[in-house]
Design a protein around this ligand. Structure first.
Ligand code: MN
Length: 740
């Protein structure tokens, strides 16, 4: 894996070359003294990292130089960030102290590096509180937006060089990237970086699918380009005739977004109709932007009929991450729907580079302050400071808030604008105004009409909240609120309420226990909890509070307590033999998998959420009570597990044991005809001699869907089988599905 060893002399030369390239790219943004200070930072970094190497064997300094270059070239940052990027790992990994940096480069640079240092260890192995760490990290990140941006550049370079890492680190880093960093990049409008992070993550978590899609995109390229050419030529001619300066692009969507479509909508690559979008980029002065975009819209729709319901005007109403553009979907000559995005050079730059590009155009842009990134950061800080107790909830909601791309604008009766996520209700609005208003809202008037609390607000609505001191938040509200502020506050209130009820229940229980002639103690409580089959003491108190423990239950408990029976072990044995049975059925044996760094044969079980079979890419996950579970890397739970509990991931690899069989599920779609089932069964049982466990069919008219469970040795055999079934006359789709 190590790079070919080159002489120290050559290495020094290469370091200087890379540094000069950085300076050249940064050239246009540098002022007076800048290059002198940057050189100083570079020198310090070179000295500090002198003895270190990357996992690839290369000198460590290549990494900070590359990160600085990404900051300039791909994010559009300036001198302060270049310096901070060059030095971003020195405090963490070397002897250099933050005070030294502050003395040499000032407070700003020092604060940024301090922030980057603080968050760098958050996902390290052995740390048990991933979610809490996420929260800490976000807290640091919101201090100065440059910390996030440099962190993203750092992550991007690490993803680009991920091939030299160990397999389990690859999985951990890749899923963390998909879980947190790609949404962050999205939220900051860094579209190119977001897309690259997603695609690279997919490459390491589901390589097979990744390369499958990449290949398909390549194969269909010529046909696609022909189509695009034919589609755009008339538009191009007309734009030229009318004197527009423009550029037309037709790029396919990212591998990751195609992957999502295939997985979520369960369709095949060939069935994705919006594989690409046409982008028309206009070079016009700022004052003419809006009218020019609409003129072009009118030209496009002169040639092709638009689907009115797909018109999106992000020029009048930019997305929260600053995205501006005009989108329409039109019908091509061959009947295929094509999305056309119309925007200006400025809008395009903001769409791809996001936040940093905003600065460049700052004087010109009249983005309302509620829309800007600063406003978002303030909100993130607010919810961080509100001290919600459950960090995991917070993180998952924070992710959601980053991924929401559409917002609505609604108004108070006084005309003040509030921005809420799409599908927001009066309760979301109430919490947006003030927590207390949220707690006590009983209804709302929208445009002077009374509406229910779960009413979905629309753009431009004027909302007036009606409150009552007697009102309390209810569990039902959680079913319809969408903003994270409302969700968090409601949960918080419900928890408080429950705490009070539990306390009350506890004192009631105490009295009751005494009544039975027993001494209230933790032991009695936990016995009673087990007796009633409850999960926690808290639940026991609540059950008491709501009057859910009957006289006869108390009586039986009392008798049981006085004549204790030895706890029976049978249930555990049953579970064990059941487990064995299941293993036999699935053909899983400890000989099947090698686990861990030293690749030992260790006990494990196959996760029932994804049921991987030999040949699938898998990883081990150390559970608290059930030992090691083997998941497929494409398991629906994998992303969350790997990114939240990275330290519990261990690598796992199948051995070459061909004597075992795995249960796999196949779905077959086709048009029903006489003898079809027979033909499919024949392929399975006679041609390939695969053991079939079940075959069920649903037909609707002439449409047929079959669900087949088969025992196979591994993915090779399964794929062979699926390909054979696909060739059966009448079958048009064969897919594997995850059963549980
Ligand atoms: Mn780094």
């Amino acid at each position: 894996m190590a790079e070919p060893i080159i002489s120290e002399e050559l290495e020094k030369k290469e370091i200087l070359n890379r540094y000069r390239r950085l300076l050249k790219i940064a050239g246009p943004v540098l002022k007076d003294n800048d290059s002198k200070i940057i050189k100083q930072a570079f020198q310090m970094a070179v000295d500090a990292h002198k003895e270190q190497r990357r996992k690839s064997g290369e000198p460590y300094i290549y990494h900070p130089i590359a990160v600085a270059q990404i900051c300039v070239e791909e994010i559009g940052l300036g001198t302060t960030s270049i310096i901070a990027a060059l030095l971003h790992d020195v405090v963490e990994d070397t002897e250099v102290r933050i005070e030294t940096i502050e003395k040499n480069f000032g407070t700003k640079v020092a604060r940024i590096i301090e922030g980057l240092t603080k968050i760098s260890g958050t996902f390290s192995y052995g740390s048990s509180q991933q979610a809490e760490n996420f929260r800490k990290m976000l807290f640091t990140l919101t201090e100065d937006v440059r910390i996030i941006l440099i962190k993203l550049a750092d992550r991007l370079h690490n993803m680009r060089t991920l091939h030299s890492m160990k397999r389990e680190s690859q999985l951990k880093i890749a899923s963390e990237t998909l879980y947190l960093y790609a949404p962050l990049a999205h939220r900051l409008g860094l579209n190119l970086i977001k897309t690259e992070l997603e695609d690279l993550s997919l490459k390491y978590t589901d390589y097979e699918y990744y390369s499958f899609i990449a290949e398909k995109i390549q194969q269909t390229k010529a046909a696609r380009n022909r189509f695009i050419k034919e589609f755009t030529t008339p538009i191009e001619n007309e734009l030229t005739r009318q004197g527009f300066k423009f550029n037309i692009k037709g790029r396919p969507k990212s591998i990751h977004s195609i992957y999502n479509k295939i997985k979520k909508q369960n369709i095949e690559f060939e069935d994705i109709y919006d594989l690409f979008a046409i982008r028309i980029i206009l070079d016009v002065p700022f004052e003419k932007e809006k009218s020019a975009c609409w003129e072009v819209y009118s030209i496009v729709t002169d040639f092709y009929k638009p689907n009115e319901s797909r018109l999106r005007d992000f020029i009048n109403q930019p997305k929260q991450n600053g995205y501006e553009s005009l989108h329409t979907t039109v019908k091509s000559k061959s009947g295929q729907w094509v999305e056309v995005q119309i925007r200006t050079v400025r809008m395009d730059e903001i769409a791809e580079k996001g936040f940093a590009a905003h600065w460049k155009y700052k004087e010109n842009v009249k983005v309302p302050k509620e829309v800007g990134i600063e406003h978002w950061l303030i909100k993130v800080r607010e919810s961080l400071e509100s001290g919600i107790s459950n960090a995991e909830e917070f993180v998952s909601e924070f992710r959601e808030s980053m991924l929401v791309s559409e917002d609505i604008y609604v108004y108070t009766p006084k005309g003040e604008v509030k921005i809420l996520p799409i599908n927001a209700t009066p309760v979301d609005f109430a919490y947006e105004i003030h927590t207390q208003v949220g707690y006590t809202c009983i209804g709302a008037k929208v445009n002077r009409e009374m509406v229910s609390l779960d009413y979905k607000l629309k753009n431009g609505d004027i909302v007036e909240v009606i409150t009552s001191n007697k009102q309390k938040p209810s569990l039902d509200w959680l079913k319809f609120v969408v903003s994270s502020k409302a969700k968090n506050k409601i949960r918080e209130a419900l928890r408080d309420e429950q705490r009070k009820q539990a306390l009350e229940g506890k004192s009631q229980l105490e009295a009751k226990i005494k009544q039975l002639g027993l001494e209230p103690s933790d032991e009695v409580y936990s016995d009673l909890r087990d007796f009633l089959g409850l999960k926690s003491i808290q639940q026991l108190y609540l059950r008491m509070y709501f009057g859910g423990i009957s006289q006869s239950e108390f009586k039986r408990f009392n008798t049981r307590l006085k004549s204790p029976i030895k706890k029976e072990k049978t249930s555990i044995q049953d579970a064990k033999s059941f487990e064995k049975e299941v293993r036999k059925i699935r053909g899983v044996d400890t000989d099947m998998l090698l686990i861990g760094e030293d690749m030992d044969k260790i006990d494990y079980t196959i996760a029932s959420c994804c049921n991987p079979i030999a040949g699938d890419e898998v990883f081990g996950f150390v559970t608290v009570s059930e030992g090691i579970k083997i998941h497929s890397t494409s398991c629906p739970n994998a992303l969350q597990l790997m990114s939240n509990y990275g330290y519990r991931i261990i690598k796992a690899k199948w051995t070459q044991n061909k004597n075992l069989a795995f249960l796999a599920g196949i779905k077959v779609n086709g048009t029903d005809r006489l003898g079809l089932i027979n033909d499919i069964t024949k392929v399975i049982s006679s041609d390939l001699k695969v053991n079939m466990r079940s075959f069920s069919i649903e037909t609707e008219g002439t449409i047929f869907e079959g669900t087949i469970m088969v025992f196979v040795q591994d993915t090779d055999q399964l794929n062979l089988l699926m390909n054979k079934i696909k060739k059966v006359n009448g079958v048009y789709k064969v897919t594997r599905f995850q059963y549980n």
